[in-house]
Design a protein around this ligand. Structure first.
Ligand code: OOG
Ligand code: MG
Length: 257
């Protein structure tokens, strides 16, 4: 199957809310370079359909996430304007396939970050503020089962995200930022910011440097999600998830049918 045909398949799976088999089932030579090409084609289709790219994200960064998904390598993908849910607006389950939620630390960039050679200090210097975030992932693959090239091609399961009001990043150590993640009022997971590459700003630096190899720049004004800190919680109608951070504050996502 061509790259364009695979991107179309993923686009339609999302639009029709019908899960598909992993692309690697049929296409055994689907390597990572090709998977990122399919990801680009998929995002181009979303843009043709009216979406605007407003940021980027890392995924499969923390050990908790890697173990939960059975994929041990970090990856990146793109966020669009349509993915951002207003704070306090419920998530409509019927608009998704099988969504799960995870707590993250988001960076709001004031300036461009262009790799190579970007380090965590550069990231913090370029950051306008940081926020508590809940990311909703919704794999287009049956039962959320995939290999690394599959999930890269699927824009890393990106579906939606919510951000709390931003705070200054300079005031405290994000590596030590504690996170309590609750699902339906029960503790689902706990973590510190260091779960993502030792420090969330290190994760953003990794991303800037990876993108630099492909002549891409993280743009000032963008939102960057630094990666799920805990395993993702499945969402159900009538339920809710809450991410409470030591300094970044707390946010809740309610789920309705
Ligand atoms: C891939 C998306 C990964 C994260 O923060 O780890 C991701 C997946 O787990 O389906 O967004
Ligand atoms: Mg995530």
């Amino acid at each position: 199957m061509s790259n364009a045909a695979m991107a179309k398949r993923l686009f339609e799976a999302q639009r029709n809310r019908t899960a598909i088999d992993p692309l690697t089932n049929e296409t055994s030579d689907l390597d990572l370079d090709r998977a990122y090409e399919i990801q680009d084609l998929l995002v181009a289709r979303l843009v043709e359909d009216g979406a605007t790219v407003v940021g980027a994200k890392l995924g499969l960064v923390s050990r908790a996430k890697q173990e939960a998904m059975g994929v041990p390598s970090p990856l990146y993908a793109w966020l669009t304007h349509a993915m951002q849910l207003p704070l306090d607006e419920p998530l409509r389950l019927s608009e998704y396939l099988h969504p799960r939620a995870e707590p993250e630390i988001a960076f709001l960039l004031a300036e461009d970050l262009a790799g190579p050679g970007v380090n965590a200090h550069d990231v913090l210097d370029a950051t306008a503020g940081v926020c508590a975030a809940i990311e909703v992932i919704d794999s287009r693959y049956t039962e959320f089962k995939f290999t690394l090239p599959d999930v890269v091609a699927d824009n890393a399961s990106s579906a939606a995200y919510v951000l709390s009001p931003r705070v200054e990043a300079a005031d405290f150590d994000l590596a030590l930022e504690g996170c309590l993640f609750e699902a339906d009022g029960k503790v689902f997971g706990t973590a510190a910011g260091a779960a993502v590459m030792g420090h969330p700003a290190e994760a953003i630096a990794w991303l800037a440097n990876e993108l630099g190899e492909r002549d891409r720049v993280l743009q000032g004004g963008w939102t960057i999600l630094s990666g799920g800190l805990t395993a993702p919680a499945p969402l159900r109608a009538g339920g809710s998830v809450t991410a409470t951070f030591a300094r970044l504050g707390s946010l809740t996502l309610r789920v309705i049918e």
